[in-house]
Design a protein around this ligand. Structure first.
Ligand code: EPS
Length: 374
């Protein structure tokens, strides 16, 4: 009822706010015996952490996870796995002055309409800060994926009007997303380096203008076997869409050819089946010549890479003054202090990868539970 849980067999439940004591996730359904360390969690949590570069929020959080239960001698026990991340650098005075004003683009007004009472500090429960622990859960999900040879890699494919040219999404590596050829960090997480430089220039420019900019991310899951998903309400594409739309600031999700299908004829759109060599990865010996279907047909995976895109809105919090109203509907103006990302995309990547991995882990466990090894 309260919408704090997601998934069926691999099920996460989160609690926490941006300026409260911290955020916590309870993960149920984790298979026992999976090796897990705080260092493993930090690999992705450090990619999401605020303060990681000059083009993200300068709030300073160490985001050190504490594993509270479901873990013994460096392995998961199979009981509920709880992970806590404390908030360390809240600056709530930034928000006390604007507590009665509705920030444009934020959830303040709709949240008040829903609950009538709101933690106004930062984004409260609607904050991207809550995604700290989702990313931790995503690390556990990625370990389940690794056990059957699947991986999830995301990257920034658009910032404003700068588009990346990526010829083969499934060939992009984590290394290309995270690092430049000279080993320096790829702070915008775009593997097309010419586009990456232009994206950084644009983000710097909007930041100087006290503004923000939107963009899009592409997330690719490869090595996922054919057969995951359900044919009706729990189509894997439906669960992936819910997973991505549950992240803050997502305004659109598409997969494969996406909205491009609207102008196509069936004969252009259909991906044609062809035989291939039978391998452990492709036991059916069947593939398609192209992947406009984005790795899912009828809500069930085909064994082709799952390719998804999410459009992410420009950060709503602006220090630039904007028109708004108070709780009593009095016209006023607002300028949001706090420390905000001029573009959400670089830190969105690990969040989106985590949610995609969580959905695939859940559907893999569901498939195995019903069909066993057949
Ligand atoms: C957030 C506001 C900013 C962001 C924060 C989410 O923080 P504050 O204004 O409290 O300094 O930096 O994001 C994070 C700290 C994070 O870890 O993602 C908000 O209003 O939701």
């Amino acid at each position: 009822m309260a919408g704090n849980s997601f998934g069926q067999l691999f099920r996460i439940t989160t609690a926490g706010e941006s300026h409260g004591p911290g955020n916590v996730v309870i993960i149920d359904g984790v298979p026992p015996g999976i090796p897990l360390s705080v260092e493993d969690l930090l690999i992705d949590m450090d990619r999401r952490r605020p303060g990681q570069s000059r083009i993200v929020t300068q709030r300073k959080e160490s985001d050190t996870p504490e594993i509270l239960s479901g873990w013994f001698e460096g392995k998961t026990t199979g009981t509920s796995l709880a992970i806590l991340v404390r908030n360390e650098d809240q600056r709530s005075r930034d928000y006390s002055k604007i507590k009665d004003k509705y920030r444009p683009g934020h959830a303040d007004f709709s949240f008040d309409a829903r609950y009538g009472f709101r933690d106004y500090r930062g984004g409260g429960r609607s904050s991207a800060r809550e995604t700290t622990v989702r990313v931790a859960a995503g690390v556990v999900a990625k370990k389940i994926l690794e056990s059957f040879g699947a991986r999830v890699v995301g990257y920034v494919c658009q910032v404003g009007d700068v588009h990346a040219q990526i010829s083969d999404p499934a060939a992009v590596t984590l290394e290309q997303v995270e690092n430049l050829p000279d080993g320096e960090p790829n702070i915008v997480r775009c593997p097309d380096l010419d586009a990456a430089a232009k994206m950084i220039e644009l983000i710097d420019a909007v930041r100087k203008e006290q503004d923000s900019i939107g963009g899009a991310a592409e997330i690719v899951a490869s090595g996922v076997p054919a057969g995951l998903g359900e044919p009706v309400f729990d189509k894997i594409k439906a669960d992936l869409a819910k997973a991505l739309f549950s992240l803050p600031a997502v305004l659109g999700v598409e997969y494969g050819i996406g909205f491009g299908c609207a102008t196509m004829r069936g004969s252009e759109h259909n991906d044609l089946f062809v035989p291939v060599e039978v391998t452990p990865e492709n036991p059916h010996g069947i593939t398609t010549e192209s992947n406009r279907h984005g790795g899912m047909l009828g809500g069930i995976t085909t064994g082709l890479p799952i390719v998804l895109r999410a459009a992410v809105k420009p950060t709503s919090s602006l220090s630039k003054e904007q028109k708004t109203v108070t709780r009593d509907a009095e016209p006023t103006t607002i300028s949001t202090k706090g420390r905000h990302d001029p573009c959400l995309l670089p830190r969105f990547i690990p969040m989106a990868e985590a949610m995609v991995a969580i959905v695939i882990a859940d559907h893999w466990l569901r498939w195995k539970a019903q069909c066993g090894e057949n």
